[in-house]
Design a protein around this ligand. Sequence first.
Ligand code: ADP
Length: 215
Amino acid sequence: MVLKLTDVTVRFYETCVLKDISFSVNKGDYINIVGPNGSGKTTLIKVLTNLLTPTSGTVQFGNYRFGYVPQHLNKATFMPATVYEILKHSPQGKVTNEEIDVLLKQMDIFPLKHKKIKLLSGGESQRVYIIRALLSKPDVLILDEPTSALDYSFRNNFYQLIAELHRKGITIIHVTHDLTDGLRHGSKIIHLDHKILFSGNFDEYKAYQKKEGVH
Ligand code: ADP
């Protein structure tokens, strides 16, 4: 078991942002958690990354290493740092230049190594954030709305990249408001709107969307 949520409820004063959320993630899963703006996705990510203790319910974590890919690295857009400098000063401590180079090549951005991070496109920056998370050699990657900054072709590329990491054995938890066909890559979809409205595979989700008029 990678993690297990049981009846997780989060309230901010009068507002119930998450209600009775229960699901588990097992090694090798690729879970897409989808929901509209304001549905509680960011709050759920805070619970999943152990930054927020739920008002009630339990969160159990298995003995795995987690990597987190943020939506944005806010400071990065303003700093004059290069891709390489950002990666070299990643939170997991010492990383070798070789480790960075291997990942830059894998992610097809090796030529951007000495480019200033603020000059990168949305898709290129996302790759830097993914590399930054991969440097800690995670068993599990939690991706926060990674496609929001990407145009259609980058988004497709991105989904292929994540599917590739999944094939290599990394468990994926992808949180997004994107309801396009990219979700097909996942083994399970959870539709969130403060509570879990749907949980199942891609084909079942398509049928659910049609029935409920969800777009
Ligand atoms: P999403 O990421 O899906 O857009 P959020 O988890 O950011 O959703 O927010 C869901 C709701 O919870 C929003 O209405 C937001 O205003 C509210 N909310 C989030 N964090 C707080 C907080 N710290 N205090 C009060 N309300 C909050």
